[in-house]
Design a binder for this molecule. Structure first.
Ligand code: GTP
Ligand code: SPV
Ligand code: MN
Length: 599
């Protein structure tokens, strides 16, 4: 980095004048620098070194207890007009946002270093890829960015002398939740975030750039930025099929993306391309191609174990960063879902307080949204295509949800427009990934409700237009691993057994796979999933794979209420799909009544 890019340099200088850090530290992304940052973070009390044998090169970070998840109420899309942000986003006029935050940023970095973190989203030399530069006074963020992105010189080389980079400004400020703002200025390719150090609020490459700003860029330029995992599934004959899938936060993308097929299906192999974000374009051959712009996983810790996700357990066995998990007396990490040692004395909870796992009223050891940060390349099944500038061709898209009732375990859309409608009407129970109540069903179209950088009505239109450019559009599916029985227990075993659903999806993509047509889509038969051997009761299967007509009629009404919020902006094709669903449900009723009538 001999002569810095003049636009970057100018912006760094301007920002330093505003925020007044004690020093400006340019990061080159080298291993040596990474080790130095880690040592400094330990010195400064930001990281705790973990057990050298059991967790080599790994650290624990405890965040401020008021700063543990994304804060959607403090997140704004600052487009010139409110209409451009749409009814599902918070909005502040750009001038006002710059003024308000400008004051907060004044002197905000005093006493701290400002790290200049150039990063590349996507493979080097790829038409998909984009450069960002984050300025941050959080050493924890700087270290995370080294894992999550292709960070340092590689990004500046890719940028050259261009000024087309996303300006990502972040300060911990005072961490005051009352003055916390995560503001996006898509037209300016600028993000300003202050008073939070939490992942999605502070690692600006991720949700802020790769989804909110990139989704807007994608609409302008004819591509898509989505909250999706990307997996390759190799069948016993060696053929690999790529699948991308959107599920809301903490609803199973990471687990699905690297699943280890259950014993019976060990002829299948899964290759993980990405677990959270996909950028998708139409290829020259008319297929949809995807890359994962990230280089690391920022995954949910609770529930991760050798039983549920052995590939992730191996990934995080070294060189990883753990945030807000519990710690054993020997500096080992622990979270709900892992076994406990016989002797549980000396544990500390996620806030560092003495904690007794056997104390039923003692609360959780790990925060429900505790996470690990770990490099994609450490995953034993990471796909060699992760670094392919062309991306991978997508055969199927999943829009999944967490719903204890109504939504069947899996079904297939009739066609692209119906699939886009399935995406647009996705609803899911809220999780600990964002602050606020959990377990509440809310609309979350394409799992992008918190991440779409423009009006979602226009976003649905963009999805429809993308489909028109595809000569071989992917098939679209709904999945829901989270149906419960009358005692509240999950019926579907999930995790490694999800390969059964994946295999049915691949079969459907190649014109095979048994299905029955219902008003909501094609549902598999139990035998198509080889489900007889799973020990699920008849009642259980009925819950997983039947369509509750009354429930769907009600659901369709609620869909209308959601679309009404957009004041006539929803594309007619989507409204047509909704009407068609109502009609199919009605016709089905008649059919059923006919069947029930005495002959
Ligand atoms: P974000 O990183 O927030 O975007 O989440 P994600 O969609 O990647 O979710 P992740 O795979 O981390 O899973 C979230 C939680 O759901 C974890 O506690 C998992 O153990 C649990 N989970 C994932 N897959 C399954 C499944 O198939 N069945 C059940 N019952 N739980 C699952
Ligand atoms: C999510 O909440 O969907 C995440 C974690 O993947 S965060 O980066 O915090 O957004
Ligand atoms: Mn996510």
């Amino acid at each position: 980095m001999d002569v810095p890019n003049p636009s970057v340099l100018q912006w760094v200088n301007e920002t330093a004048r505003l925020t007044q850090p004690k020093e400006v530290v340019w990061l080159d992304g080298s291993e040596e620098e990474y080790r130095r940052l880690q040592a400094e973070a330990v010195q400064g009390g930001h990281l705790i070194p973990l057990n050298r044998e059991k967790h080599p090169d790994s650290y624990l970070h405890r965040s401020d207890p008021s700063d543990v998840a994304r804060t959607e109420h403090c997140t704004y899309i600052c487009t010139p007009t409110k209409d451009e942000a749409g009814p599902t986003n918070n909005w502040i006029a750009p001038e006002e946002a710059y003024a308000t935050l400008g004051k907060l940023f004044q002197g905000a970095m005093r006493g701290r270093a400002m790290y200049v973190v150039p990063f590349l989203m996507g493979p080097k030399g790829s038409p998909f890829s984009r450069v960002g530069v984050q300025l941050t006074d959080s050493i924890y963020v700087a270290i995370n960015m080294r894992i999550m992105t292709r960070m340092g010189s590689v990004a500046l080389e890719e940028l050259g002398s261009s000024d087309r980079f996303v300006r990502c400004l972040h300060s911990l400020g005072t961490l005051d939740p009352k003055h916390r703002y995560i503001c996006h200025f898509p037209q300016d390719r600028t993000i300003w975030s202050i008073n939070s150090g939490y992942g999605g609020n502070a690692l600006l490459s991720k949700k802020c750039f790769a989804l909110r700003v990139a989704s807007w860029l994608g609409e302008q330029e004819g591509w898509l930025a989505e909250h999706m995992f990307i997996m390759g599934v190799e069948d016993p004959a060696g053929k690999v099929t790529y699948i991308a899938g959107a599920l809301p936060s903490a609803c199973g993308k990471t687990n699905l993306a690297m699943l280890r097929p259950s014993a019976k299906f060990n002829g299948y192999r899964v290759w993980c391309v990405g677990d959270d974000i996909a950028w998708l374009r139409v290829g020259k051959d008319g297929r949809l191609y995807a890359i994962n712009p990230e280089a690391g996983f920022f995954g949910v810790a609770p529930g991760t174990s050798m039983k549920t996700n052995p590939n992730m357990m191996e990934t995080i066995s070294r060189n990883s960063l753990f945030t807000n998990v519990a710690m054993g007396p020997d500096q080992t990490v622990w979270w709900e879902g892992l076994d406990l040692p016989a002797d549980t004395s000396g544990f500390l909870d996620w806030q560092g307080r003495p904690w007794d796992p056997k104390d039923k009223d003692g609360g959780k050891g790990a925060h429900p949204n505790s996470r690990f940060t770990t490099p994609v390349k450490q995953c034993p099944v990471y796909s060699p295509k992760w670094d392919d500038p062309e991306g991978v061709p997508i055969s199927a898209i999943l829009f999944g949800c967490r719903r204890s009732a109504l939504v069947p375990m899996i079904y297939e859309a009739f066609n692209w427009a119906h699939g886009v409608f399935l995406g647009a009407t996705l609803a899911s129970e809220t999780t600990a990934a964002a602050t606020g109540a959990t377990g509440v069903v809310r609309r979350d179209p394409m799992a992008m409700l918190p991440f779409c950088g423009y009006n979602m009505a226009d976003y649905f239109g963009h999805w429809l237009r993308m489909g028109q450019r595809l000569t071989q559009p992917p098939k679209i599916f709904r999945v829901n691993w989270f149906r419960v029985d009358e005692r509240g227990k999950f019926i579907w075993p999930g995790f490694g057994e999800n390969i059964r659903a994946i295999r049915w999806i691949i079969d459907r993509c190649t014109g095979r796979g048994e299905a029955r047509r219902t008003p909501i889509g094609y549902l598999p038969t139990v035998s198509a999933l080889e489900g007889e051997e799973l020990g699920i009761s008849k009642e259980g299967w009925r819950t997983l794979l039947s369509v509750d007509r009354e429930g769907w009629v009600e659901a369709a009404k609620r869909q209308s209420e959601f679309f009404d919020k957009f004041g006539g902006r929803i594309p007619p094709e989507i409204l047509d799909e909704q009407k068609a669903l109502m009609e199919r449900l009605k016709a089905w009723q008649e059919e059923e009544e006919e069947l029930a009538a005495p002959r």
